[in-house]
Ligand binder design. Structure first.
Ligand code: FES
Ligand SMILES: [Fe+2]
Length: 447
């Protein structure tokens, strides 16, 4: 459990709060770049408790500026992109990406320039996401995390707005054992109620079977600070019911709010990014990457499409038959900002304790005027491996794993099934499988 004061410190993200100051040292993904089209060049954005407008002007420049016109407060989400900047629809005042008012039509010129400015933050695009930096200038480098830049891959972006504080979503990452219940027993319960369990039971590849297994024979959890965050996992014991003694690595935590599942370069990997909209809402991004090994070409993408996986059916009931929706349910079911002074932690919460400690330590570094981890002052390395290494392409890539077997018509048990490129993913996985079979046959012929 945490004291109420520590809970505040770790969860609040507004300007001037300790946690908010930490967040303001990082580039924050705020929108898929493909959201911009001729129909939608201007978007209202709320991030770290600040209301802003994100726009693309006619010259292609992105701007992120305060949402209220300096003249008489019109919401600039109704703004009109100009050649350079965004124009208020009421009297046409024009604002550039620095928040400066560069034109006031109909005002007599002798009055000169006005000194007031809208707030304005730097924005950049990388890997199909728009990133903003809300902290003290000069802005640091935008880190080139591996999944954003890995070549020979196709990508899609799932956006879900969650009605709770970002840290609840992120603590889920420090919690390997929730998988057995939220994605195993609850999955089974949901399918039984829908009369669909028999169908799932007959398919060994259904994720609920592997998830149920992750809860059996747990000896202990481990968690260690790593270069970019936390590595963690579960040790299983045959004496306690596991098939054998073994260790299973869980997803990687990348500071401050990323999780990576699947290795970089694998047929399916993902960043889950927990962007604080404000203290009680989270902009949850699943950045999904489907990579091809050498010898197989992934299709070219002009842009990275995005989608919103549904959380409720037409009657308003929660949809719970896929992994991300199950996570979303338990995140906001803890309350808007869960009261951690009232919790009762167990031995399975060891990684969460480390995750909180790391967050507190990094907040302190910023308080002391130091740079936090994962901060590159001048230039990002060409590629930063958040979780370690690329996959070993000498091993079969499409082994038993529900996310890699879509192409065989097996259950599609995660948000990916709603994604706009899922058919391309199936085709790619089919081609990877064919290449693997051909390589195996060729090596058998050679021996
Ligand atoms: S309110 Fe924006 S120009 Fe008048
Ligand atoms: Fe989960």
């Amino acid at each position: 459990m945490l004291s109420a004061a520590m809970n505040e410190r770790l969860t609040r993200v507004g300007p001037g709060t300790p946690g908010g100051e930490l967040m303001r040292r990082y580039w924050i993904p705020i929108a898929p770049y493909s959201q911009f089209d001729d129909e939608n060049p201007v978007h209202k954005v709320r991030v770290l408790g600040e209301d802003l407008v994100l726009y693309k002007d006619k010259s292609g420049t992105l701007g992120l500026i305060g949402d209220r016109c300096l003249h008489r407060n019109v919401d600039l989400k109704f703004g009109i992109p100009d050649q350079c900047g965004l124009r208020c629809p009421y009297h046409g005042w024009l604002f550039n990406e620095d928040g400066k008012c560069v034109e006031r039509p109909m005002e007599a010129t002798p009055r000169g320039e006005i000194k007031q400015k809208l707030k304005a933050y730097p924005v950049q695009e990388l890997g199909g996401l728009v990133f903003a930096y809300l902290g003290p200038l000069p802005a640091p480098a935008l880190p080139r995390w591996d999944l954003f830049v890995w070549p020979n891959a196709i990508r899609q972006i799932a956006i879900m707005k969650i009605d709770c504080n970002w840290l609840q979503c992120h603590e889920n990452t420090g919690d390997p054992t929730h998988s057995a219940w939220a994605h195993g027993h609850m999955f089974q319960y949901v399918l039984e109620k829908q009369g669909r369990y028999e169908e799932a039971a007959a398919r060994a590849e259904h994720t609920l079977h592997t998830r149920l297994k992750t809860g059996i024979g747990i000896k202990e959890l481990y968690a260690n600070p790593s270069t970019h965050g936390i590595s963690k996992g579960v040790r299983y014991s045959k004496d306690l019911g596991a098939d054998e003694d073994y260790t299973r690595e869980h997803s990687t935590v990348i500071f401050p709010f990323f999780t990576q599942t699947g290795k970089t370069g694998a047929p399916r990997s993902e960043y889950q990014i927990r962007v604080p909209i404000d203290d009680e809402h989270t902009y949850h991004i699943c950045y999904q990457v489907y990579a091809a090994p050498p010898g197989v070409d992934a299709p070219k993408q002009d842009s990275v499409p995005w989608y919103e996986p549904p959380r409720f059916d037409e009657t308003g009931r929660p949809i719970l038959d896929y992994v991300l929706a199950q996570d979303a349910l338990v995140w906001d079911a803890q309350g808007a900002i869960t009261d951690r002074s009232q919790e009762l932690l167990g031995r399975t919460d060891i990684p969460i304790v480390l995750l909180r400690r790391q967050l507190d330590e990094q907040i302190r570094r910023v308080e002391e005027g130091l740079e936090p981890i994962n901060f590159w002052r001048d230039e990002s390395p060409e590629i930063i491996y958040g979780s370690g290494e690329a996959p070993d392409y000498s091993k079969p890539l499409l082994k038993h794993n529900f996310r890699k077997l879509y192409h065989r018509g097996f259950f599609n048990d995660d948000a990916d099934r709603y994604g706009p490129i899922i058919e391309d993913v199936k085709n790619l996985h089919r081609r990877i499988e064919e290449a693997e079979i051909a390589a195996r046959e060729a090596s058998a012929d050679a021996t």
